[in-house]
Design a protein around this ligand. Structure first.
Ligand SMILES: Nc1ncnc2c1ncn2[C@@H]1O[C@H](COP(=O)(O)OP(=O)(O)OP(=O)(O)O)[C@@H](O)[C@H]1O
Ligand SMILES: [Mg+2]
Length: 640
C-alpha cells in the first residue's frame, strides 16, 4: 500500500465534514468570527435554506488585504497570539472554519479594515483560490457562501427542507445572541426577516434579561428567578424559570461558558438535581445560565464544532449549579410537591415534637387562615369540566350545581365540611360523616375505600374519612388521571369525540413548533385535536377532544404538544405514543388547583377514582392521594 499526503483541498473537505455539518454550522462559524472581531451588528441572510446563498455582514474590525489572503489558508488564525491553547479567550482558535467552507462551497469575503480607506475581496471556489481584488464595502466584513456543498455532493443529500435548515440557523443565532446581548442580530431569508434583535447598551444584567425575554418564551421574564453565585474561581449568573413554567423537553435550557453556548450533559443532570423536588421527571424547566471561569480551568478544544467543553473540576461546577438553583427556588417559597404518607407522618411527628418542646398546644394555636396563603395559578379551564363529574348514586346529572354556584361554600379559606350547614349537597356528606363507624352505617366502606369527603382546603386538597383513617387527595392530580383514563377508554371504544370550538382559537408559536404540529395534523385529529396552519408561526385550533370541554385552554395544550412532538421526533407514529400525547391533553382538561369543589363534587371525584384504573397516581407519576391510618394519628397524639 502506498501512503501519500492528501492534497490540501481534500484535507479541508475532511475538516469541513466535521465542522460544517449543515448551513447552520457555517453560519455559526461566521457569526462567531464576527463576534471575535468585536462587531456591534451582525446580519445574516440565507436563501433556499442556505443551500444557494448565505451571507454574514458585520461592522467589526475587518481585515487588511494581507489578512484576507491568509484567512482562507488552513490553520491561519489571529486568535492564538501566544501559541498556547490554555488561555483561549475567543470563540474561534483553530484557523479552520474559512478554509473548510472554501473547500466545499463558493466563498467570497469582502472586508475593510477599521481606519483603512480600501476594501478588498477574495474568492475561494471548491478549494481553488483567487487573488484579492479591490472592492467596495463599509468598514467590517461580509462573508458570502454560494452553492454550499457543491464540491461534496454527498453532504447535499443530507440537507433537510429549507425551513428546517432555517430553523436550525435560527436556533444557532438565538444561542449566540443570548450570550452577547449588547450585539444586534438579524436573520432573514428571501422573503422576510425571521429574527431581529437590536443592539442593547447598558448594564449587562439588564440587557441580558431583555435579550433573554425576547429570545425565550414570552412568559420567561415574569417567571424567572435571578441567579448569582460564586464558588472559588467560578462565577454563575443568569435566570432560571419557576417550576410552574415548564416544558415537555429540555430544549429550552441554555448554558454558556465564557460567552460560548455549549451543550452539556452536566447541565442537564445538575438541573434535574436542582428541580427534582419540584417537577415531574418528564417536565423540564426553562433556564439560561452563564458560567464565567478562568480560561485555563476549562478545555474548549474537545469538540470539532466547539459546542462541548471539559471542565477541570466538573464536580465543582455541578455543585455550584445545583446549589445556586436550589437556593433560588427555596427563596421563591415553592414547596416540594411530592408527599407520601410516610413523609407526611414524619413531618407531623416533627411538628408534634416541636410543639411539645415549645409547650404550644397546636390544636388551639393553629388555624388554616394563619398559614401563608399560596396562590395557585387558576387556568381558564378551571371550571370547564363540570360536565365530567359523575353524579352521586341516586342523583341526576342536572342536580349538580353549575360552576357559578360554588361561591356559597367558600368561607374563610376553607370550604365544605363542618363549616357549612346551609347547602343541601353538603348535608348529605354530613350525614355520611355522622354515620361513619356507627351502627346503621349506610356508607359502604367496602365499595368506597376512599371514604367520604369531609372538606377541601387550599382549593386543591380533599380530606376524606375512611373506615380506619383519613385520606388527603390532590384533586388536580387525581382528575388528570381520570381524564386520561376516560380518554383512553373512549378511544378504544369509539374513537375520540370532538368538540367544535365556537370561536376557532389562533395560537402563536415558534415557527418550527407550529410546523411540527401542522405536519402531524392528521394524526392529531384522530386523537380529537383538529388544527391547521395559520401563517408561519401560528396554528388555528378548530376542535378539541370533547372531554376537555368547550373552554379548553387551546394555547397551553398546543404549546405543550409541540414540545412533546419535538421530543418524540419524527419517526414514531403518534398512535404508538398515544398515552403520552393523551396525557398532555388530559393535563389541560383537568380541574386545576384553585378550584373550589362542593361536597357532592368531591364525592363524585372519589367514586370515579375508585372505579378508574391507575388512579392512585397522576400522569406524572406523583401520588394522587395519601392515607393516614387512625392508629398512626393516634400515635402522634400519644393515645397509643
Ligand atoms: N468577520 C471577520 N472579521 C475580521 N476578521 C475575521 C473575520 N472572519 C475571520 N477573520 C479572520 O480570519 C481568521 C480565520 O478565520 P477562521 O474562522 O477560519 O479561523 P478562526 O476563527 O481563527 O478559528 P476557528 O477555525 O476555530 O473558527 C480569523 O482568525 C480572523 O483573524
Ligand atoms: Mg472562526
Amino acid at each position: 500500500m502506498l501512503i501519500r499526503r492528501l492534497p490540501d483541498t481534500l484535507v479541508n473537505q475532511i475538516a469541513a465534514g466535521e465542522v460544517i455539518e449543515r448551513p447552520a454550522a457555517a453560519i455559526k462559524e461566521l457569526v462567531e468570527n464576527s463576534l471575535d472581531a468585536g462587531s456591534r451588528n451582525i446580519d445574516v441572510v440565507m436563501r433556499d435554506g442556505g443551500r444557494s446563498y448565505i451571507s454574514v455582514t458585520d461592522d467589526g474590525c475587518g481585515m487588511s488585504v494581507e489578512g484576507l489572503s491568509l484567512c482562507i489558508e488552513r490553520h491561519a488564525t489571529s486568535k492564538l497570539p501566544s501559541d498556547d491553547l490554555v488561555h483561549i479567550e475567543t470563540l474561534g482558535f483553530r484557523g479552520e472554519a474559512l478554509p473548510s467552507i472554501g473547500a466545499v462551497a463558493r466563498l467570497q469575503i469582502t472586508s475593510r479594515e477599521t481606519g483603512s480607506e480600501d476594501a478588498w475581496a477574495i474568492k475561494v471556489e471548491g478549494g481553488v483560490l483567487h487573488d484579492p481584488q479591490p472592492a467596495a464595502c463599509n468598514a467590517g466584513t461580509r462573508v458570502e457562501i454560494r452553492d454550499l456543498f457543491f464540491a461534496t455532493p454527498a453532504r447535499l443529500k443530507f440537507l433537510k427542507a429549507a425551513r428546517t435548515e432555517v430553523s436550525h440557523a435560527e436556533d444557532v443565532l438565538k444561542r449566540l445572541a443570548m450570550a452577547h446581548p449588547q450585539v444586534g442580530f438579524s436573520l432573514s431569508d428571501e422573503k422576510r426577516t425571521i429574527l431581529r434583535l437590536p443592539a442593547n447598551s447598558g448594564d449587562l444584567f439588564e440587557v441580558r434579561l431583555k435579550r433573554l425575554s425576547s429570545v425565550m418564551a414570552r412568559e420567561f421574564e415574569e417567571n424567572a428567578l435571578p441567579i448569582s453565585a460564586e464558588r472559588e474561581y467560578l462565577k454563575l449568573s443568569g435566570y432560571i424559570g419557576l417550576p410552574t413554567l415548564n416544558r415537555g423537553n429540555a430544549q429550552h435550557q441554555y448554558l454558556f461558558v465564557n460567552g460560548r453556548p455549549v451543550k452539556d450533559r452536566l447541565l442537564q443532570g445538575a438541573v434535574r438535581g436542582a428541580y427534582q423536588d419540584f417537577l415531574a421527571r418528564d417536565r423540564h424547566p426553562l433556564l439560561a445560565l452563564f458560567l464565567e471561569l478562568p480560561s485555563e480551568m476549562v478545555d474548549v478544544n474537545v469538540h470539532p464544532a466547539k459546542t462541548e467543553v471539559r471542565f477541570r473540576d466538573a464536580a465543582l461546577v455541578r455543585g455550584l449549579i445545583v446549589g445556586a438553583c436550589k437556593h433560588a427556588l427555596a427563596e421563591a417559597g415553592h414547596r416540594a410537591s411530592t408527599s407520601v404518607g410516610n413523609a407526611a407522618l414524619g413531618m407531623l411527628e416533627a411538628a408534634r415534637a416541636r410543639s411539645e418542646r415549645e409547650g404550644v398546644r397546636p390544636s388551639t394555636e393553629y388555624s388554616w387562615q394563619s398559614r401563608p396563603s399560596i396562590n395557585y395559578p387558576s387556568g381558564r379551564l378551571s371550571d370547564a369540566v363540570m360536565d365530567y363529574h359523575a353524579p352521586l348514586p341516586g342523583q341526576s346529572q342536572s342536580a349538580l350545581p353549575g360552576a357559578e354556584n360554588f361561591a356559597p361554600q367558600a368561607r374563610s379559606g376553607m370550604t365544605g365540611g363542618g363549616l357549612s350547614e346551609d347547602t343541601a349537597p353538603w348535608d348529605q356528606g354530613e350525614e355520611n360523616f355522622a354515620q361513619v363507624g356507627s351502627e346503621g352505617d349506610h356508607f359502604d366502606h367496602q365499595s368506597h375505600p376512599l371514604g367520604a369527603a369531609r372538606a377541601q382546603f387550599h382549593e386543591n386538597y380533599i380530606i376524606t374519612q375512611t373506615a380506619d383513617g383519613i385520606i388527603v387527595v390532590d384533586q388536580h392530580a387525581a382528575h388528570e388521571r381520570l381524564v386520561l383514563e376516560k380518554m383512553k377508554a373512549q378511544m378504544a371504544e369509539q374513537g375520540v369525540k370532538t368538540q367544535m370550538l365556537l370561536l376557532p382559537e389562533v395560537v402563536e408559536l415558534e415557527e418550527d413548533a407550529a410546523h411540527r404540529l401542522v405536519k402531524r395534523a392528521d394524526e392529531l385529529s384522530e386523537l380529537g385535536l383538529v388544527l391547521e396552519g395559520f401563517g408561519p408561526g401560528a396554528v388555528v385550533v378548530r376542535e378539541v377532544p370533547a372531554i376537555l370541554g368547550e373552554r379548553a385552554n387551546a394555547a397551553g395544550l398546543v404549546t405543550d404538544l409541540a414540545d412533546e412532538l419535538a421530543e418524540l421526533g419524527e419517526t414514531l407514529a403518534l398512535k404508538e405514543r398515544v398515552e403520552r400525547v393523551l396525557g398532555t391533553m388530559a393535563c389541560h382538561g383537568s380541574v386545576r388547583s384553585g378550584r373550589r369543589l362542593n361536597g357532592e363534587e368531591m364525592n363524585a371525584l372519589l367514586r370515579q377514582m375508585e372505579v378508574t384504573p391507575h388512579s392512585g397516581q397522576c400522569n406524572h407519576g406523583r401520588p394522587t392521594y395519601i392515607e393516614l391510618k387512625l392508629t398512626d394519628i393516634e400515635k402522634l397524639f400519644s393515645r397509643r
